[in-house]
Design a protein around this ligand. Structure first.
Ligand code: HEM
Length: 151
């Protein structure tokens, strides 16, 4: 299915095929130990819907492609944002200190952050927003969203 075409290099094709192979194996593994009453994740829920209901718009290929979408949409965006965040911290050690202070004060030293902690960490929240506005990816995001929302 993954073939080289305009704008897609051989490296892209190689990586897409590799990710696709991984996704197929994951789906197969999920299918083998699927418990309809206790879905563990997105794949289980999708397989449940496929097997138990009559959705003509759902298919095994659709499941595969949506996972590929999540991989592609979620990896480069997140890693680029993290790289810019590190660069921002290197260039603003005073802000880095305050971020670290808030993390230490709110989370302490013996647990991982929970989603609910977000409300109690306004300085970190503001810094994340600042990084997202500062990084070039943000310009791309704005362009896409503006183009899509233009009347
Ligand atoms: C800092 C990280 C991220 C940024 C900057 C970002 C940015 C964007 C942008 C600009 C769009 C297009 C919105 C539009 O067309 O209106 C988008 C769509 C999307 N993103 Fe992200 N994203 C990030 C992380 C993620 C992650 C982690 C995932 C999944 C694990 C993800 C999944 C998606 C999906 C599935 C869409 C398509 C939504 C749709 O078509 O309705 N993104 N993202």
């Amino acid at each position: 299915m993954w073939k080289r075409s305009k704008g897609i290099s051989w490296v892209d094709v190689f990586l897409l095929r590799k990710i696709n192979k991984f996704v197929k194996a994951e789906i197969e593994q999920h299918r083998q130990n699927l418990d309809h009453k206790n879905p563990r994740d997105y794949i289980d829920c999708y397989l449940n819907e496929l097997q138990m209901t009559d959705h003509s718009d759902l298919s095994e290929l659709g499941l595969e492609m949506s996972i590929m979408d999540l991989f592609q949409a979620g990896t480069e965006t997140t890693s680029t944002t993290l790289r810019w965040a590190i660069l921002y911290m290197v260039n603003n050690p005073n802000i880095q200190k305050k971020v670290q202070q808030e993390i230490d004060d709110v989370l302490g030293f013996d647990r991982l952050p929970q989603y609910e902690d977000r409300m109690r960490m306004p300085y970190c929240e503001a810094t994340v927003l600042e990084v997202q506005e500062w990084q070039p990816l943000h310009q791309l995001v704005c362009n896409i969203v503006q183009r899509k929302t233009r009347c």
